[in-house]
Design a protein around this ligand. Structure first.
Ligand SMILES: NC(=O)c1ccc[n+]([C@@H]2O[C@H](COP(=O)([O-])OP(=O)(O)OC[C@H]3O[C@@H](n4cnc5c(N)ncnc54)[C@H](O)[C@@H]3O)[C@@H](O)[C@H]2O)c1
Ligand SMILES: [Fe+2]
Length: 436
């Protein structure tokens, strides 16, 4: 990527600009203790505090509650957030918010918690049938009609970047597929990003969430460039995620350098403060990047994988029902995707491989996909990721069902740098079955 702007030349009818949304953020060890002052500053007097059953009795929630109490802010706690939320859990949270007479919200948790809080805030403020704001064509895709209440997001995982995005993801049970609600209005007002929180995160969760972050950055850089979208009728109607742009390139590049240097260390050693801090920073940068650029194939394909896996359990995640952590489902498709998409933008794929730490000196464009896939596979092996979809129980006989499962994801799949139909989806899943 010698001159990134050359990739963004405008063509007749293309969008002339790109819009980046993000919250005010504070990054640093101990900043959770600033929650109370920030809440007061935003005019909050009574907040709904969202978290999950594992975190509710832990030190991070305690720190935020103490800070809110010291600032004289009244708090009601909702800890019934479902890990990997669905439409029922979102609606349950929305009922809590609607009945709470809150003038603001605080979320303390991973993507599951922050997304649930965004949606509860939305439906409490602008009540509607649940499918009204859900992405079209699955839902109505109605625009959020106005501002929501202020929201202070405190991430406790280093991956989703949800503290910076206007995105909330859930499984719609009727079709067993993930979809979301997306609006700039859902971007939290303030993100308090405190890297100390990840000391308590189990290695398996650092790995899964770290690969989510990595994939956000890779997908931002390799997404279709924003001028390939048609000009919106009005700038304010520009979608949240518009394709690769120079700003997301810059943030995603830095995020990849950090993931390449620190992910393996952060997974291995919870006391490696430097590595865990840098992963937290990378997740935030990649969140801002992909919110503006959008994800594409690895996320689109992951939703079929998480929906169709029957019996999978990972330490550090809730016991009981089968669950594939989001970042794990995403990384399992990565090498297969990069081998396929590299011919569309070899320089960008080589750039990504280089940022992640691969030696690409002398590599020609024809090796771009392999260079990136090889580096990602090495990182997967070093962090205990499963060896492709085969390890989760999939084989050739499931490829058709996986392709069908990915089809509702055309909103994100269309953001890929190459056109993808059903045959390509099957080819991508087939080559993600086994990597080593
Ligand atoms: N909104 C977005 O922009 C966005 C982006 C990517 C993913 N997502 C969504 O986010 C969800 C995944 O979120 P996630 O990966 O952050 O994990 P998570 O919120 O699902 O949490 C995973 C597990 O880690 C535990 N945990 C969280 N923080 C901890 C800590 N500091 N110490 C110990 N345990 C901790 C949780 O209790 C839970 O058991 C998925 O639903 C995914 O689709 C949203
Ligand atoms: Fe993600």
């Amino acid at each position: 990527m010698r001159c990134c702007h050359a990739d963004f030349a405008l063509v007749e009818g293309s969008d002339r600009g790109f819009t980046v949304g993000m919250p005010t953020f504070t990054f640093g060890p101990g900043v959770l203790a600033e929650a109370g002052d920030n809440a007061r500053d935003l005019g909050m007097t009574r907040v709904g505090l969202f978290t999950d059953t594992r975190l509710v009795s832990g030190e991070h929630v305690a720190k935020v509650r103490a800070s809110l109490a010291a600032a004289g802010v009244d708090v009601a706690v909702y800890d019934a957030v479902k890990i990997e939320p669905d439409d029922a859990s979102f609606q349950d949270a929305a009922r809590f918010a609607a009945g709470g007479r809150f003038d603001g919200y605080v979320s303390v948790g991973g993507g599951s918690v922050m997304d649930t809080c965004k949606v509860a805030n939305l439906y409490a403020e602008h009540p509607a049938d649940f499918m009204a704001y859900v992405n079209a064509p699955i839902g109505e895709g109605r625009r959020v009609p106005g501002a929501v209440r202020p929201h202070i997001a405190c991430p406790t995982t280093s991956g989703t970047g949800s503290e910076t995005t206007g995105i909330a993801i859930f499984t719609l049970r009727s079709i067993n597929a993930k979809t979301g609600i997306i609006s700039r209005r859902l971007i939290p007002s303030i993100a308090l990003v405190d890297p100390d929180v990840t000391r308590s995160l189990p290695g398996a969760a650092v790995a899964a969430t770290g690969f989510d972050c990595m994939s956000h950055a890779l997908e931002s850089i390799t997404a279709r460039a924003y001028p390939r979208r048609l000009n919106p009728a009005k700038g304010v109607l520009r979608p949240v995620s518009q394709g690769a742009n120079p700003f997301s390139d810059m943030l995603a590049t830095k995020a990849l350098e950090l993931v390449g240097a620190f992910l393996e260390r952060a997974v291995r050693d919870a006391s490696d403060t430097e590595a865990r801090t840098e992963m937290m920073y990378a997740a935030m940068l990649a969140g801002i990047a992909f919110n503006a650029a959008g994800c594409h194939l690895p996320h689109g394909l992951s939703y079929a994988v998480s929906g169709l896996t029957k019996n999978w359990h990972v330490p550090g995640y809730p016991e009981g029902a089968s669950l594939v952590p989001h970042g794990m489902a995403v990384v399992l498709n990565n090498p297969s995707v990069w081998r396929h998409t590299a011919p569309a933008s070899p320089e960008r794929h080589l750039h990504c491989a280089h940022c992640l730490g691969a030696d690409v000196r002398g590599a020609g464009p024809e090796f771009a996909g392999e260079a990136l896939a090889t580096r990602v596979i090495a990182m997967m092996r070093a962090t205990g990721m499963p060896n492709g979809l085969n390890a989760l129980g999939f084989d050739e006989s499931h490829v058709d069902a996986l392709a069908t499962g990915a089809e509702p994801q055309y909103r994100v799949i269309r953001n890929a740098p190459v056109d993808i139909g059903r045959d390509e989806l099957k080819r991508l899943f087939r080559s993600a079955l086994r990597y080593w």
